[in-house]
Design a protein around this ligand. Structure first.
Ligand SMILES: [Zn+2]
Length: 306
């Protein structure tokens, strides 16, 4: 286990948190935060139900907490999968490190790695001319699978990518249910960039939320992935999503879309037996998304209490 730390940003970013925040503050936004019209959304039946529901308190919480950052969010009921609230546009983007739990799950189940697979992280990683440094602390550079997920270690996951064949990667992505391109997995560098969530996968917040809910429901509560997602919020890269008295699980992601010089940020996670929450910040990083998630959770819990 890595030691307890307080982190300010998510893994997978080639940009410093302060630079991202600066861009966030200085950028000129045209995106209007708004509720998605039910008729344009694939889950229109559920959304219609949500809009009619008197419990649109959760929708108001999402709107109030995400509006200033022009962020999008999706809130699902953990147990039933019902869409409780949606805010913002269903914009598809690269998932960044938020995809890592899915690939780790597949790799563990198929014997590609195990819980004790350890990789020494030098914190620098260069792939296809891109610098993808780790931003986790370097006090314990030998990471196992659970540590690697909590710390979002790019080096560990690049090593995982090198152990996967193109067929492995396709099968793993297919199981996520997230949209992906099948054209670029023959090159090792493409496999690494895909495993790091930087290329070949593009997802909307609702797709991410559905995929995370399925992942949570299929994981034993003592599994490496479950523990890694718990550690990620408790003291790892998603630490900003932590709130008192609730065992939040989650993962952040920071990435750019093709042709864009700025990064966007993700938080994907939930509170067991209550909510699955995905936050997408169009200009920012995973740290900002995790902070917004903590605000949403804090406002939701009083309503949720018996
Ligand atoms: Zn690392």
């Amino acid at each position: 286990m890595i030691s307890s730390v307080h982190l300010t940003s998510s893994g997978g970013s080639a940009h410093s948190p302060s630079a991202s925040v600066h861009r966030l503050e200085s950028a000129s936004f045209s995106l209007k935060s708004r509720l998605i019209p039910a008729r344009t959304h694939p889950l229109s039946a559920s959304l219609l139900q949500t809009q009619k529901s008197p419990s649109s308190i959760s929708g108001r919480i999402l709107q109030e907490q995400l509006h200033a950052a022009k962020a999008s969010g999706v809130l699902l009921d953990w147990n039933t999968g019902k869409v409780l609230a949606v805010e913002g546009r269903p914009h598809a983007s690269t998932p960044g490190s938020a995809i890592k739990p899915f690939l780790l799950t597949y790799a563990l189940k198929h014997g590609i790695v195990d819980a004790n697979t350890r990789v020494y992280c030098r914190r620098t990683l260069h792939v296809a001319g891109r610098s993808l440094p780790c931003s986790h602390p370097n006090d314990q550079p030998l990471l196992d699978a659970e540590d690697a997920l909590a710390a979002s270690c790019n080096t560990w996951f690049a090593s995982l990518a090198q152990r996967m064949t193109a067929q492995d990667l396709q099968a793993a992505l297919q199981q996520t249910g997230l949209p992906y391109s099948t054209t670029h997995f023959d090159e090792p560098d493409d496999r690494i960039l895909t495993v790091l969530g930087l290329e070949n996968v593009s997802t909307t917040p609702i797709q991410m939320a559905i995929a995370y809910r399925a992942l949570f429901l299929h994981e034993a509560h003592t599994s490496v992935v479950w523990n890694g997602l718990r550690d990620s919020v408790a003291y790892g890269m998603a630490n900003h999503a932590r709130i008192k008295g609730a065992g939040v699980l989650g993962k952040t992601g920071t990435a750019s879309n093709p042709g864009e010089w700025w990064t966007h940020g993700w938080f994907a996670g939930g509170i067991p037996n209550r909510f699955v929450l995905v936050i997408y910040v169009p200009r920012g990083d995973g740290g900002i998304a995790a902070t917004l998630a903590s605000h949403v959770f804090q406002h939701l819990l009083p309503e949720d209490a018996p």
